[in-house]
Ligand binder design. Structure first.
Ligand SMILES: Nc1ncnc2c1ncn2[C@@H]1O[C@H](COP(=O)(O)OP(=O)(O)OP(=O)(O)O)[C@@H](O)[C@H]1O
Ligand code: SF4
Ligand SMILES: [Mg+2]
Length: 636
């Protein structure tokens, strides 16, 4: 019988509570061991898994804060391992697990990544028939593993298709630390959770606990659902039908994540009235708090070994450390940024200030809804919210009508306020009077107090955007479809990230296929404030000259012309035929992606199950092969 072990250390403080990590905040660590068994089907005997469980001694020591000898020897509880598909390992195979056992004390017995990623290693034995020895992948895993063990930052560039995901996930698991994995989009989060994590749980760490965290607007608010069921304010049969489906779904779903509602359009107004945004949440005062999907997500994250987030959530947490639930993310020990070339832009958004006409409209909408539900919607109060709506429209209409993003220098802002003084003060006065009216209400629900606070915050943002002149910010406005956005973005986030991220955590790993400029990391390191990090650039696994074709279609109309979509559909269909359905189509907008998805789908014969559609991704099978459409936020 062969076995492998993964180990982890649970963080404990003297009082048994989770301890904060970071250079200035030290925590003791109590090791907990994961072990699992590999065996041949031929010689299969009753196999057992060592479940992760801290011993009584461990629990006690965590309560008293005193380490004991026994704390290093957690009680082992065995459970049967009935996985029929367990990897087949010859009985006389060298025991690579000897390395893993040492992971309980990483410094004493270093784990050998070659035993995992190298020829004949664990990966080869798990990916039966599919494994390729990828030199760059092994090297990356060694760099990342070293960063976790020696506690330093690392930055690794490795080409697309190297297998970077496993090259950071396996060292992260092996470190025994709670690691946050941050990636660029929700669909990449789902890919990690649905593909790579189950593979690791099946073959390497069956007791590994993983949580996915997304922004609150992705989750259903039970309180709002109940309120709406009591006094429905639905527009038309379509909303009524969608609402009925949501109510049924709410009884069954474990996560409350809107990604499960495949029928719901991305810009669903109904969802916007039912989501769990922080703005409208009363936190622990809510009677649904214990059953709340957001509470459950936080609970899963607190138990997890790995927490998968997207960069937006990560930097929202870093920027706003506290909300009613405490921090958004629980305490963690290390971070891996996949697609790390995106983090500067995202961090800039979260450390900057931004308002839009949508925020004022949402405030008025939420106020109306709360007033009506709480039966406080007197005509006078409803006039206040209506006034915010009207004044906001007047103010934002004062911006030039053309779409695009434009600088908004100090002189331009001053001139704007001078010219549109009435619109500006009209809006701030409308907010102020609503706050005053709400404050004067004697018996009011918590939601109204929070709405007053939101209104006050909006006034502060307005005043910052028009009246401040901080040197480190660039001011701009943008008109996009029906939205007008005003923003102040930090020119340089390096000092913020240095202080709040790289000096707080001893292990931050950054990886992507595109991080260097002129083969050097200097630029990104300087932009991010990453002063000390081990760095590595790894060669691509592909021979692009031999394995890739570059094709530039001739005679395409301009993307803004009406004929573009139909010509693009023709091209995609031709390419799908040539590649026998293997294709990945990347778009710059969701509207374009959906349009082309419909056009192409209608004309190709496909088999297999119904295509899966998420907010970001559309897939379809052609001749048994899958083609995928993805919209992303950058232009190629
Ligand atoms: N050693 C290996 N042998 C065979 N397949 C592998 C190996 N390692 C990873 N893979 C597979 O290779 C594919 C690409 O892996 P992954 O998505 O991690 O690449 P990546 O380096 O992150 O690329 P990108 O930069 O495009 O995100 C996945 O399907 C993964 O399961
Ligand atoms: S705790 Fe907040 S998000 Fe959760 S159900 Fe209550 S109000 Fe909604
Ligand atoms: Mg990747």
């Amino acid at each position: 019988m062969f076995h492998e072990s993964f180990c982890e250390s649970k963080r404990v403080k003297g009082d048994g509570a989770a301890a904060p990590f970071g250079s200035s905040r030290k925590a003791r660590r109590v090791p907990v061991c994961y072990r699992f068994l590999f065996e041949t089907k031929r010689f299969r005997v009753k196999a057992e898994v060592l479940a992760k469980r801290a011993s009584k001694a461990t629990e006690n020591s965590s309560k008293t804060g005193k380490p004991t000898e026994l704390a290093n020897q957690p009680e082992r509880r065995y459970a049967s391992f009935d996985e029929e598909e367990a990897p087949v390992v010859a009985r006389n195979t060298r025991r690579a697990d000897e390395n893993w056992v040492g992971a309980r004390e990483p410094a004493a017995t270093p784990v050998d990544m070659r035993g995992v990623f190298g020829p004949g290693g664990l990966l080869e034995r798990s990916m039966i028939g599919g494994y390729e020895h990828r030199v760059a992948q092994l090297e990356m895993a060694e760099v990342v593993h070293d960063a976790f063990q020696s506690r330093h930052h690392a930055i690794v560039e490795a080409g697309t298709g190297t297998g970077k995901t496993l090259a950071y996930l396996l060292p992260a698991i092996c470190s025994g630390r709670r690691v946050v994995i941050s990636t660029a989009t929700k669909s990449l989060q789902e890919q990690l959770y649905e593909k790579d994590i189950p593979f690791l749980q099946k073959h390497f760490a069956p007791n590994l606990k993983v949580a996915v965290m997304k922004g609150r607007a992705n989750f259903l608010c039970r309180a709002k659902l109940h309120q709406m069921a009591d006094s429905p304010m639905l527009k038309g049969m379509e909303e009524l039908d969608a609402f009925r489906q949501m109510r049924e779904w709410a009884k069954l779903t474990e996560t409350g994540d809107r990604a499960e509602l495949t029928f719901l359009p991305d810009d669903s107004e109904l969802w916007a009235r039912l989501d769990a945004r922080r703005d409208t949440c009363t936190g622990q005062k809510c009677s649904d708090f214990n059953e709340c999907f957001v509470t459950a997500m936080h609970g899963r994250a607190r138990e997890a070994d790995l927490i998968i987030v997207n960069h937006h959530l990560f930097f929202a947490d870093l920027a706003l450390k506290h909300d009613d639930f405490g921090s958004i993310l629980p305490e963690y020990s290390a971070v891996v940024f996949d697609e790390a070339h995106e983090i500067e832009d995202v961090a800039s958004d979260y450390f900057g200030r931004q308002i839009s006409n949508y925020r004022f409209e949402e405030l008025a909408r939420d106020a109306d809804q709360t007033l009506r539900i709480s039966k406080l919607g007197s005509p006078a109060l409803l006039r206040r919210t209506q006034r915010i709506r009207e004044r906001s429209r007047t103010f934002f209409d004062a911006f030039p009508p053309r779409d695009g993003r434009f600088p908004f220098s100090r002189q331009e802002r001053e001139a704007f306020i001078e010219q549109h003084h009435e619109a500006y003060t009209g809006l701030t006065d409308a907010l102020k009077s609503m706050e005053t009216e709400f404050a004067a209400l004697m018996q009011k629900p918590e939601e109204l107090t929070r709405l007053g606070r939101r209104s006050f915050e909006l006034r502060q943002e307005l005043s910052f955007l028009f009246e401040s002149n901080e040197r480190n910010f660039v001011y701009w406005f943008e008109r996009r479809n029906k939205g007008v956005f005003l923003a102040a973005t930090p020119i340089d986030v390096s000092q913020i990230l240095r202080e709040r991220l790289f000096e707080q955590f001893d292990t931050v790993v950054l990886t992507s296929a595109t991080l260097t400029v002129g083969n050097r990391f200097d630029y990104i390191r300087q932009r991010l404030g990453l002063d000390n990090a081990k760095e590595r650039t790894l060669p691509p696994e592909f021979h692009y000259g031999e394995q890739a074709l570059f094709y530039l279609p001739q005679g395409m109309p301009d993307v803004r012309e009406a004929g573009f979509a139909s010509k693009a559909a023709d091209e995609i269909l031709r390419l799908l035929e040539l590649s026998e359905g293997r294709a990945f189509c990347l778009f710059t907008s969701y509207a374009q992606m959906k349009d082309l998805y419909e056009r192409v789908s209608a004309r190709c014969c496909w088999n297999g199950s119904r295509p899966r559609r998420t907010q970001f991704c559309s897939r379809r099978r052609v001749s048994g092969r899958e083609w995928t459409c993805q919209a992303n936020s950058f232009r190629v």
